[in-house]
Design a protein around this ligand. Structure first.
Ligand code: TLP
Length: 347
């Protein structure tokens, strides 16, 4: 199902609400959510928390706000949060934790599989010293966007938990695409969130809801995050019209993510056979393909432009790398069409 005649691989955020979502939105029972009186929001928050194995949930307008509200609830001004140098929270959230929270990100290199080296995490935790910021949080991301949709498994999460426990630190998981990770590994999302104190997941990416993410954690943490959301201007009123689509997303759009992964795998395999194209190690494991382009005759900008003229859209993600994202509005035929266009240009 090409979007506007294009095969649009720019992002899974482009997915439009399904007819079932539109119907649920029209029929949603609503109230003022700042007063806690929107029954549909309350239902979504309960169901999301249950799905993540947490006590409470908070509906937020975006993944960015979910992560920021989490960081604000965990940390104070002058504190430090350990975060990957390729993490969305560090790379793509407009410096929110520093700008709005006075929180200093302490970056560690993300390995190609999306993980942080455990020894490096341990070494980055500050000793008590009047000169130092106080280490207050460890942030992880699953799946890892800039690492080509790489998946963090439960064993890795446990190893981070052990370091966190040794230093009394909470762990926040940016699980914008945690359901992609869960489907790829064949485990419940709650298993991947079990060793995180808080988790944000997005309804508006592969799950195709129009708007929204949910932040989950303990009841006390969610109380603090709810206050942070209000400070950030994210207290919404009759948000049940949005939450209704989110409930349909959770109920109907998770299992089919396997189709997106299969399409991404086929894109990766096809690209791997083209001269000068090297997919990232975990490309196509879920719904994201990141690949490097090394040729004299064409660079990433030229490729993006010429592919757009062929009706296939995607983005460069810095240097010689580009990204393709599959989603429910990209069919197996669209993947063939995209590969045929890549072959015409790259041979
Ligand atoms: N990612 C978007 C862009 O911002 C890059 C995309 O097209 O992939 N965490 C992760 C891992 C994300 O990939 C994103 C969005 C977010 C958080 C933020 O979600 P939103 O866009 O709802 O603020």
């Amino acid at each position: 199902m090409a979007m506007n005649g294009c095969v649009d691989l720019r992002s899974d955020t482009l997915t439009r609400p399904t007819p079932a979502m539109r119907a649920a939105m029209a029929a949603a029972e609503v109230g003022d959510d700042v007063f806690g009186e929107d029954p549909t929001v309350n239902r979504l928050e309960r169901q999301a928390a249950e799905t993540m194995g947490k006590a409470a949930g908070l509906f937020v307008p975006s993944g960015t706000m979910g992560n920021l509200a989490a960081v604000l609830a965990h940390c104070g001004r002058g504190d430090e949060a350990i975060v990957g140098d390729e993490a969305h929270t560090f790379y793509y959230e407009a410096g929110g934790m520093a700008a709005l929270g006075g929180i200093q990100p302490r970056t560690l290199p993300n390995r190609p599989d999306g993980t942080l080296d455990i020894t490096a995490v341990e070494a980055a935790v500050r000793a008590p010293n009047i000169h130092f910021p106080v280490t207050r949080l460890i942030c992880l991301e699953n799946t890892h966007n800039r690492c080509g949709g790489a998946v963090l498994d439960a064993a890795y999460m446990r190893s981070v938990r052990a370091v966190a426990d040794a230093h009394g630190l909470p762990v926040h998981l940016d699980g914008a695409r945690i359901f992609n990770a869960a489907v790829a590994l064949g485990v419940p999302a709650a298993t991947l969130a079990a060793d995180a104190d808080s988790v944000t997941f997005c309804l508006s990416k592969g799950l195709a809801a129009p708007v929204g993410s949910v932040l989950c954690g303990t009841a006390a943490f969610i109380d603090a995050a709810r206050r942070a959301r209000k400070q950030l201007g994210g207290g919404m009123r009759q948000a049940g019209v949005l939450a209704a689509a989110g409930l349909v997303a959770l109920d109907t759009m998770v299992d089919r993510l396997a189709d997106d992964h299969e399409n991404a795998r086929r894109l990766t395999e096809g690209l791997a056979g083209m001269r000068g194209v090297t997919p990232a190690p975990d490309a196509g494991r879920t719904n994201i393909v990141v690949a490097a382009l090394d040729r004299d005759d064409i660079g990433v900008d030229g490729l993006v432009e010429r592919m757009a003229a062929e009706g296939v859209r995607f983005f460069g993600v810095g240097g010689n790398r580009f990204r393709l994202v599959t989603h429910w509005e990209v069919s197996a035929d669209d993947v063939e069409r995209a590969l045929a266009a890549f072959r015409r240009l790259l041979g």
